[in-house]
Ligand binder design. Structure first.
Ligand SMILES: [Cu+2]
Length: 140
């Protein structure tokens, strides 16, 4: 009985911790956008995606500096939970070296691209700094 209670307490403590991860503040009037490709564009793979950011700076992951972050490209994915680190997988690509463009290999067909800035710990800012989502068609 005590064992079960102990486990329940640990679970509660861990969820409280996740909800309380501190988020870096984002200044007002920040703009994150995909310079290219344009929404609706038809392109060949690999696709060069250029990241645009106005009102904040880019810093590598791990470097805690006010009003900075690094880019994450969401490929065919909805925005992830904003109170925890951005997942790292084929649909959530981190640019932790401070890159401002990427070459992305995509299968033929329709794909969506969206940028999400996150802080040195990969946690989105508050309020989140996100681009509009663009839809592109990749040639066979
Ligand atoms: Cu990251």
């Amino acid at each position: 009985m005590m064992k079960i209670l102990g486990l329940a307490l640990v679970v509660v403590a861990v969820s409280a911790l996740a909800a309380d991860l501190p988020r870096s503040p984002a200044p007002k009037d920040v703009e994150l956008y995909i310079i290219s490709p344009a929404d609706g564009a038809t392109v060949a793979s690999p696709v060069t995606v250029r990241f645009g950011l106005r009102g904040m700076g880019v810093a590598p992951a791990g470097v805690a500096m006010e009003n900075t972050g690094h880019h994450h490209l969401l490929i065919d994915a909805a925005p992830p939970a904003l109170n925890m680190p951005v997942p790292a997988d084929a649909n959530h690509v981190h640019f932790g070296k401070g890159q401002t463009e990427a070459q992305v290999t995509l299968a033929p067909g329709k794909h969506t691209l969206q940028l999400l800035l996150a802080d040195h710990l990969h946690i989105p800012h508050d309020p989140p700094v996100m681009s509009l989502r663009v839809t592109i068609s990749v040639l066979p």
